[in-house]
Design a protein around this ligand. Structure first.
Ligand code: 2M8
Length: 450
């Protein structure tokens, strides 16, 4: 049964409750992504959480990034999960990844996964520095000092991505797993996952996610399917067998995709960090700008006449076009000529996307409702995701599309006024779906309201 419609909160109440949710999910030096379903730190969640926390305390926001970067691998890779101790409910857990046992590059500190997630962290650093501008002198000084201390780790992260995840220099980042994209079961990955076939002797392990979500009702229909999950688990096994080594992974993995959305976010993060470097007189400005230029070209090369971008199957060379929100990547990377930018914004607001007449809130769905792959409740195959909305608002503002940005922001605030901070929302009914409260939803609410 659907939950009774929640009372709508005022904006002040929403902000207060969002801060309360983040405080409740705070475990001291990290904020868990969602207490029941994701009781650990996730990499891109941490970046969004830091963006939200910057509105409350730049110091606490920096702590989030410091915790994440303290788990950085010797290669510069920032892992997609940093495991908290004492919670064994999430699968695959540390034993399954066995990173330290398998790879000399894994860090000595807390256990981590062996994958990446989209590099939004540079955006968070920029937002923290901006927020510090209006803070007290002491808070600003401290923030600057801590950003300086983080700088080598941030540069090493970007260098890792630009070299090991784009060894041919084509300006598109390679991912080894749908989980690396953050958009796990998006239709973007349906075609390439056809080539991912678990070995006959592989026994898929427990679906801990269904158990955790069970308490909230309607779990199975809102999560990836069992068949998908067997592939996700098998890819972890393949990666472990490759020793979490980028060279070996490149030769042996059955999934190797050029991810256009992650690449566009990398462009934006490089640009943001370059401005931080410039402002604080830190090293690497030219290097960061160079990465931004290279990956912007890579993203734009995949765009069609509407400016809509596509992924690339690096194993076959095929361009993989899907009607998913990743197509709007050029609004994040920038660089489209004005005519195509206008066409892309028109697509975003059209009935195929935010402007669908049946939508409860005119916000970007993860997959177009007019696509055959659309499913309004299943995770990244249709629902609206608040952090993606945040990225679109931010990208539109950076692209000079203020009017559309404003409309999206207002629609987002309407959606978030349920005060539940769900992981994702049903586009037609506005119903909260997945985990709740989800930290990144509370975080982007705080930022959008500020
Ligand atoms: C989801 O992904 C994790 C695996 O990384 C999962 O389903 O167990 C995705 O929505 C991902 O983007 C997000 O970072 C993570 C935690 O919120 O959950």
């Amino acid at each position: 049964p659907s939950p009774a419609p929640a009372a709508r909160l005022t904006r002040n109440q929403t902000a207060a409750r969002a801060a309360y949710v983040l405080a409740g999910n705070d475990r001291g030096r990290l904020t868990v992504a969602a207490p029941q379903l994701y009781p650990h730190m996730w990499s891109w969640d941490a970046a969004f959480i830091a963006i939200g926390l910057a509105r409350v305390s730049t110091g606490r926001a920096l702590t989030e990034l410091e915790t994440l970067l303290a788990a950085q691998w010797r290669t510069g890779m920032v892992p997609h999960i940093v495991f908290t101790e004492g919670d064994a409910t999430y699968e695959p857990g540390p034993q399954r990844w066995a990173c330290r046992e398998t790879c000399p590059d894994a860090p000595d500190g807390p256990a981590t996964s062996g994958l990446i997630q989209p590099p939004v962290h540079g955006v968070a650093v920029r937002r923290i520095l901006d927020a510090a501008r209006t803070a007290s002198t002491a808070e600003r000084r401290e923030a600057v000092q801590r950003i300086r201390a983080l700088w080598p780790a941030l540069l090493a992260w970007h260098r890792y991505l630009a070299t090991r995840r784009d060894p041919d220099g084509r300006g598109i980042l390679t991912i080894y797993h749908g989980w690396e994209s953050g958009l796990d079961n998006s239709p973007r990955w349906d075609a390439p996952y056809a080539a991912v076939v678990p070995a006959p002797e592989f026994v898929p392990f427990r679906r801990a996610d269904l158990h955790a979500l069970g308490a909230l009702g309607g779990a199975a229909a809102q999560r990836p399917s069992d068949a998908d999950y067997a592939k996700y688990q098998w890819l972890v096994e393949e990666l472990r067998r490759a020793g979490y080594d980028d060279e070996r992974a490149r030769r042996t993995l059955s999934f190797r995709m050029g991810d256009v959305l992650t690449s566009a976010l990398f462009v934006a993060a490089n640009e943001e960090l370059a401005t931080v470097a410039d402002e604080l007189d830190l090293p690497g400005v030219d290097e960061l700008i160079g990465y931004a230029d290279r990956f912007r070209r890579g993203v734009l090369q995949t765009a069609d006449e509407r400016g809509f971008a596509a992924d690339i199957d690096l194993r076959t060379g095929a361009v993989v076009r899907t009607e998913t929100v990743a197509g709007f990547a050029p609004l994040l990377s920038g660089g489209l000529d004005p005519a195509r930018r206008r066409a892309l914004v028109a697509t975003l607001t059209s009935a195929d996307w935010c402007g669908h007449p049946g939508f409860a809130h005119a916000l970007p769905p993860s997959t177009s409702p007019n696509s055959a792959a659309f499913d309004p409740v299943r995770y990244w195959r249709g629902p609206q995701w608040p952090p993606v909305t945040w990225l679109m608002v931010w990208g539109l503002e950076r692209s000079g599309e203020q009017e559309t940005a404003h409309a999206l922001r207002e629609a987002a605030l309407d959606q978030l006024a349920d005060g539940l901070f769900a992981e994702y929302y049903h586009p037609f009914t506005g119903e909260p779906l997945g985990a709740r409260p989800q930290s990144w939803t509370a975080a982007v609410a705080l930022d959008l309201l500020a």
